[in-house]
Design a protein. Structure first.
Length: 226
């Protein structure tokens, strides 16, 4: 089973995450400060690193910068809400992904699975798409939400893939019709509404946090609720 290094100075949070990861069958090592975290990360024993940004000693971005000189181990940054600069800097520095605190454990687990699969080279980097705890492995045509597989028809899959590739952007019916159905807008966009409804039933039903939203008078957007 995969070995994960967790670098996080909030001990309560670290223990909670460790418990959940262990429960999922991962082996977990913990470090509570940046310098120890970097030493442990450089050992190369881990399949994935969860790295907090605000850390005593060395901050997470500095740990990542130094680690990337010698290691390509996937790193998921744990960032504070609205710390946009940290996210951008983290991704520029070589982080594979980030989750924003406070995160749900389901979301974290989904990101971990996606990062590990991506690193294993299954299907290539571009085939992994996600929004919140929803993940799509495009090469394997596999969709999961909170770890549970969702069965989609060919058209629903294509529609969801286009939403994922353009997440947080409001997409008009005309746009969706042209990109997903592949023909020019002919005045009949009801088909889009019908398929969005099918898709919504499959991905958002039974979940408190909705991902597929209607923007009145404009179209639809796939994004995490804030
Ligand atoms: Ca911290």
């Amino acid at each position: 089973m995969a070995k994960i290094l967790l670098v996080e100075d909030e001990e309560k949070l670290a223990r909670f995450v460790e418990l959940e990861l262990t429960h999922e069958g991962y082996q977990v090592d913990k470090a509570f400060d940046g310098r120890t975290g970097l030493d442990m990360a450089e050992s190369g024993k881990h399949d994935l690193i969860l790295l907090d940004i605000m850390l005593p000693g060395l901050n997470g971005l500095e740990v990542l910068r130094r680690l990337r000189r010698s290691s390509h181990t996937p790193v998921i940054m744990l960032t504070a809400r609205d710390a946009v600069m940290d996210k951008v800097t983290g991704l520029d520095t070589g982080a594979d992904d980030y989750v924003t605190k406070p995160f749900s454990i389901e979301e974290l687990l989904a990101r971990i699975r996606a990062a590990l699969r991506k690193n294993a080279g299954d299907g290539g980097a571009d085939s992994q798409l996600f929004c919140g705890d929803l993940t799509m492995d495009a090469a394997r045509r596999r969709v999961e939400r909170a770890g549970r597989e969702i069965e989609l028809t060919g058209r629903e899959f294509a529609l969801l893939k286009y939403f994922l590739e353009n997440k947080t952007y409001v997409l008009t019916r005309e746009q969706l019709l042209e990109k997903v159905w592949g023909y020019e807008y002919l005045g009949e966009t009801n088909v889009v509404d019908v398929y969005v409804r099918y898709l919504r039933n499959k991905i958002d039903e039974d979940h408190d946090k909705k991902l597929l939203h209607t923007v009145r008078g404009v179209g639809y957007v796939l994004k995490e609720e804030t």
